[in-house]
Design a protein around this ligand. Structure first.
Ligand code: ZN
Length: 86
C-alpha cells in the first residue's frame, strides 16, 4: 500500500489540502479519467487508487467548513510521487 497517511499534506494542490483517505477502488460503472500524477488514462472499471483530500475553509471569524475532493491515481507509486511533488 501507499505510504500516504491521513493528514499528509498535498503540496501540488496547495498547503491547506490534507489526505483523508487512500483507497483501492474499482468502479463498476467504468469511465476513464487521467491519473493525477502521470496523466495516463485510468479505466475506472479496473483497480485504481482514490485519494480523498480535504481542507478547512474559514467562512467567518469562527465558522469553518470542510472542502472535500477526490483524485484518481493509477497506482500506489503514483500516489506516493504525487504526494511528494512540491
Ligand atoms: Zn499514474
Amino acid at each position: 500500500m501507499s505510504k500516504a497517511n491521513r493528514g499528509t499534506s498535498v503540496p501540488s494542490l496547495g498547503p491547506e489540502w490534507n489526505v483523508q483517505h487512500v483507497s483501492r477502488s474499482v468502479d463498476a460503472d467504468g469511465g476513464r479519467v487521467a491519473c493525477a500524477n502521470c496523466n495516463v488514462g485510468v479505466d475506472l472499471a479496473t483497480s485504481h487508487r482514490e485519494v480523498e483530500v480535504a481542507r478547512e475553509v474559514t467562512l467567518g471569524r469562527r465558522r469553518l467548513r470542510s472542502d472535500h475532493d477526490r483524485h484518481v491515481l493509477c497506482s500506489d507509486g503514483c500516489v506516493d510521487e504525487w504526494l511528494d511533488r512540491g
